[in-house]
Design a protein around this ligand. Sequence first.
Ligand code: ITT
Length: 194
Amino acid sequence: MIRLYFVTNNKHKVAEAQKILSKYSVELEPIDIKKVELQSESLEDIARYAAIEAYKIIAKPVVVEDSGLFIDALNGFPGPYSSYVYKTLGLKRILKLLEGEENRRARFIAVVALALSCEDVYLFKGVVEGVIAHEIRGGKGFGFDPIFIPIEGDGRTFAEMNSEEKNIISHRGRAFEALGRWISANRDKLIYIL
Ligand code: ITT
């Protein structure tokens, strides 16, 4: 079993990521240090920076994940500001911004960063395409799940799916699958450092 620190305040992220990584014999150890968030349009830059800052504190291999909802009709808003916008505006106000809007295309993107040192950082990206629902639907998941309908699904929002169903197609599921595959291929390297 490989154990990796995971810097996040979001317990939903931990639960979803752990389900994927268990298949690769990886256990995530959530750690309560501040995730330092760079002001940037790029999830890659934010995740990389946060992973390096975390590594500086714990000096052990560490994972962070930065994600967001990008709505085409709003030029990619809220994107990297998703967490803040969810807290300040909430779902109803986002739906209001899209009232009368025919283009409801959106995507969730997640970037996972694994820092093995300050110089040795690996990024894994996952994307899921979807549309913004006309109403709030479902009680599962978190954040923008009740208004996001993945194109690959059957018309349900993420909040109407259980976590296994969501994980198969979600941005986070895909990004952590990529991390899991990388770890499988690089086990020797990791066991040496851990
Ligand atoms: P940490 O930074 O502590 O990891 P966070 O929730 O603040 O937790 P981010 O800064 O990466 O994480 O913000 C991502 C936000 O994007 C998140 O708070 C949700 O509002 C939204 N989001 C990301 N993935 C989502 C998902 O699978 N379902 C619903 N909303 C999601």
